[in-house]
Design a protein around this ligand. Structure first.
Ligand code: PEP
Length: 250
């Protein structure tokens, strides 16, 4: 099945108004690669300005609360993200799971809330270094996915899974191509079990130290349908070659 590639940037807690120039350069540069879906998940403070400046370019949030409204100081609801023009959000990033003690159950609820409000979702899973070293990465991440998956969204394009080994995020370390392939095949199998045939359209991204220098090799893996990119998404010079590699891979 041809799923087409999705390359999403995660700016984390980076970016002030002056950095909107970089968003613009990425949006304009991505337009040359129409076959690739490109999105930037920005800090909440920049979303509305980016959407106004670049209508038609996909801007997302990095997290969402599971409830529609209420006494949750500092949190943001799916309706709020939609209200400022976001079209997608990340849920379950390992930094949220670690820093805010988010469980699989909580991530599942966030994904359901986002989908229910009309946001597309990039749902992150991934193992720790300890789990990888003891040889349990595949069963642990499979179980994490099974417990975090929302009900079928009705449209495979609305959900993407990002496999992000925690030990590869921001470290310059990347699993072997064989390990990436084995994990993505296992997650594809898990999606088939959960959603049946329609689930084959759900994209599985790889994330963790993706750069211009390794993107082509990663995108050549059969079940890799794109990337979630942190550090290398902050500038057009670093990010656009990754988008170009995705375009060349399809
Ligand atoms: C991420 O945090 O989602 C990520 C993949 O970061 P980096 O690309 O910097 O490893």
């Amino acid at each position: 099945m041809t799923r087409g590639k999705l390359v999403a940037g995660n700016w984390k807690m980076h970016g002030l108004a002056g950095d909107l120039d970089a968003v613009q350069a990425i949006a304009e540069g991505s337009a040359a690669h129409r076959g690739v879906d490109v999105a930037l998940c920005l800090p909440a403070t920049l979303i509305e300005r980016a959407v106004r400046a670049l209508p038609g370019f996909a801007i997302g949030g990095q997290d969402v609360h599971a409830e529609a409204k209420g006494a949750h100081t500092g949190d943001i609801s799916a309706a709020m993200l939609r209200d400022c023009g976001a079209t997608l959000t990340i849920v379950g990033h390992s930094e949220r799971r670690a820093d805010h003690h988010e469980s699989d159950v909580a991530v599942r609820a966030k994904a359901a809330a986002a989908l229910g409000s009309g946001l597309d979702v990039v749902l992150c899973v991934g193992e720790s270094r300890e789990v990888r070293e003891r040889g349990d990465a595949v069963p642990v991440v499979r179980a994490q996915l099974a417990a975090s998956l929302p009900d079928w969204p009705g449209d495979a394009r609305r959900l993407a899974i990002a496999y992000e080994p925690i030990w590869a995020i921001g470290t310059g370390l990347v699993p072997s191509i064989e390990d990436v392939a084995a994990m993505h095949a296992a997650l594809r199998d898990e999606l088939a079990g959960a959603y049946g045939e329609p689930g084959q359209g759900v994209r599985i991204l790889y994330g963790g130290s993706v750069k211009a220098s390794n993107a082509a090799e990663i995108f050549a893996v059969g079940d890799v349908d794109g990337a979630l990119v942190g550090g290398a998404s902050l500038t057009a010079a670093d990010f656009l070659p990754i988008v170009a590699a995705a375009a060349a891979a399809d």
